[in-house]
Ligand binder design. Structure first.
Ligand code: ADP
Ligand code: MG
Length: 618
């Protein structure tokens, strides 16, 4: 989610060693491919000189159309024409609201399948068709071996979504040099990494999504310190607002999907034209019943869509809050995404920050250009050795006794990262341990997302608490997690690579963060109760074992006292009153103090009569 960039001097490559690498912006609405040619990042155009390739794939019986050709089929054959595959990639069917798409979605081994003329296709396959097209465009320009590609993904993409994007690239025959977060790519394109220090906002309003990221640059390090946004807000909503305005004083209902599609396309055109002209006169006959004759100005359009624009400003405020910043801390604002061409957006953002914007690179090309620069560096063509690192969007941890989450890697840790923590067994003689990997900010397992489970077997039987098991979490630069558990006395180990079969979208991440924020107090209370209960149960278990061995060391009255205290604690453990449980634990500790002392004396005597120290530990 956040990024870190380390720039350090390295060896520059000789000219004959130049290797070709490309940068790809695999967008929800449009995709682009770029490369550094003769020292400058350039967008590579297709055979018709198009720079933006619509991210649309159309499946005919025998052929597959991609881009503009596919877009033409959208109105006639929407079920075989796949748009916005990026919204589906790496997700499960249950993550998607089926009524939001004309596609026929099915369950395909836990993942989403899309029924088409050519059978069921996964979003990975669909994306790979787009990537194949981009790769062919690049090959056409470069006419030489391409060693690999840097592909941009939203900063909030999780493991599954990143992995799925890589799989799509592999399917397209592309070697992925690295995935790069979109805001970082944009920052690179503006050369912000060349500055000494600064805090930057990346405002990205695309076709259907809105992302806001705050990057901090210091001492050559470039880190994303906050992200916010809305996966359901983009240029399409501005089109829709115009569409509603267009039909608002028509008497008819627009039910024919073709007419509706035509009206939406008209709305989009008006919107885009309004970025150039102050006033647009509309005079369109869509059918015999529908004649549209209207005039709209930029000011009217601004008013019509003000609620949408305000939503983006709200997200900026939230991001600033997350980054503990005010507008005075911001040194630059980068505008990304085709929709930031709208004057209403430029003005709103400029007024908000009271600063000039960085907007002189084409907003829909800036991400691909930055990715191409990064690809060029990774291919070894420059004297820079740039390392781009991400951070974890949510905390990662494991389940401990009492269904409590122990966080191992906190949220927003810079990647790659490896962190370890030692755990121990709960019961005497325990020889296996279940490692349950979870993701989220909450204290209790049930409120977090379960990522994986595996068990560590072959722990030598020991007293509860004596075994040392080191659990190591490692997340690589692409955000993929592997977990290893190792018993330290025998070096027995088990590990798992976590590739969840579905992902969380940023909405879910946001709502999980929000939940953790709202429930912080309640969570702590829950955790404290669970811990208290566990402590109580452990004490009872230990006492039971001790009594069965050494009851003879104390008299009847004392046993009676202990029994009463045990009953008191057992009763309290049935309920949920943490303070009462605590009180009963204290009471039991009090009345067993003498017994504990007696046992200790007894074991010392045993030791003195030739027993080893090890035996005494009980
Ligand atoms: P994505 O990153 O989601 O693929 P883009 O950055 O390509 O999206 O942005 C696409 C959006 O930009 C569309 O809604 C399109 O209408 C809008 N757009 C493109 N050019 C203009 C313009 N001149 N004025 C207003 N909106 C524009
Ligand atoms: Mg984009």
């Amino acid at each position: 989610m956040a990024l870190l960039q380390i720039s350090e001097p390295g060896k520059s490559t000789l000219p004959h060693e130049h290797r070709n690498a490309i940068g790809i912006d695999l967008g929800t609405t449009h995709s682009l491919v770029a490369a550094v040619l003769s020292g400058e990042a350039k967008i590579l155009q297709d055979e018709k000189n198009a720079r933006l390739i619509p991210s649309i794939v159309h499946y005919q019986k025998e052929a597959i159309l991609v881009g503009n050709e596919a877009a033409k089929q959208l109105a006639n054959d929407p079920t075989n024409t796949i748009t916005s595959a990026k919204r589906l990639i790496g997700k499960k069917l249950s993550d998607i609201q089926p009524d939001t798409t004309p596609l026929k979605l099915v369950n395909q081994d836990q993942l989403i399948g899309i029924k088409t003329n050519q059978g069921v296709k996964t979003p990975i396959e669909v994306s790979s068709e787009i990537l194949k097209k981009l790769s062919a465009i690049a090959q056409n320009h470069i006419q030489d071996e391409i060693c690999g590609a840097v592909i941009s993904v939203p900063a909030y993409f999780d493991d599954a979504q990143r992995q799925a994007t890589k799989d799509a690239a592999r399917l397209a025959g592309l070697h992925v040099l690295r995935l790069i977060n979109e805001p970082t790519a944009a920052a690179l394109a503006y050369g912000l990494d060349k500055k000494v220090e600064g805090r930057f906002v990346i405002y990205d309003l695309g076709g259907g999504t809105f992302d806001i990221s705050i990057l901090q640059l210091s001492h050559g390090l470039f880190e994303v310190i906050a992200t916010q946004g809305d996966t359901g807000l983009g240029g399409d909503d501005y089109d829709l607002a115009l569409f509603n305005w267009l039909i608002s004083d028509l008497d008819i209902k627009v039910e024919d999907p073709k007419i509706k599609q035509a009206l939406i396309s008209l709305s989009k055109k008006i919107k885009e034209d309004l970025s150039q002209e102050y006033k647009i006169e509309i005079n369109e006959r869509l059918s015999n019943e529908i004649l549209i004759k209207k005039i709209i100005t930029q000011a009217e359009f601004s008013q019509l869509t003000d609620n949408l624009t305000q939503r983006t400003l709200k997200a900026i405020k939230a991001a600033l809050h997350d980054a503990n910043s005010t507008i005075d801390d911001i040194d630059g604002i980068v505008m990304v995404g085709g929709s930031t061409r709208m004057p209403v957006i430029q003005k709103a953002v400029q007024d908000f920050f009271k600063k000039d914007l960085l907007n002189d690179i084409n907003p829909d090309e800036v991400v691909a250009l930055g990715a191409a620069q990064q690809a060029n560096i990774l291919a070894g063509n420059t004297n820079e050795n740039l390392l781009l690192l991400d951070v974890t969007p949510l905390s990662l941890g494991i389940e401990t006794m009492g269904e409590i989450v122990e966080k191992i890697i906190p949220r927003n840790s810079t990647l790659p990262i490896a962190m370890a923590q030692e755990f121990t067994t709960y019961k005497d003689g325990q020889t296996a341990m279940m490692i349950h990997v979870v993701q989220g900010e909450r204290e209790m397992v049930k409120d977090c997302r379960s990522l994986a489970k595996f068990s560590l077997k072959g722990i030598p039987p020991m007293v509860a608490g004596a075994a040392k098991i080191r659990v190591t979490f490692q997340v690589d630069t692409d955000g993929l997690l592997s977990v290893t558990a190792k018993e330290l006395s025998t070096n027995t180990q088990a590990s798992i690579e976590v590739k969840p079969s579905y992902g969380l979208d940023d909405e879910q991440i946001r709502s999980m963060l929000e939940d953790s924020f709202i429930s912080a107090n309640e969570d702590l209370e829950h955790r404290a109760l669970a811990e208290e209960k566990m402590g109580g149960r452990q004490l009872l278990e230990m006492l039971k074992n001790a009594l069965s061995e050494d009851q003879k060391l104390i008299d009847k009255d004392e046993i009676k006292l202990i029994d009463e205290a045990v009953k008191g604690l057992e009763m309290a453990l049935q309920g949920d009153d943490r303070h009462q449980i605590h009180e009963k634990i204290e009471r039991l500790n009090d009345v067993t103090q003498n017994f504990a002392q007696a046992r200790m004396d007894h074991s010392i005597q045993k030791a003195l009569s030739g027993k080893t120290l090890k035996d005494m530990e009980l």
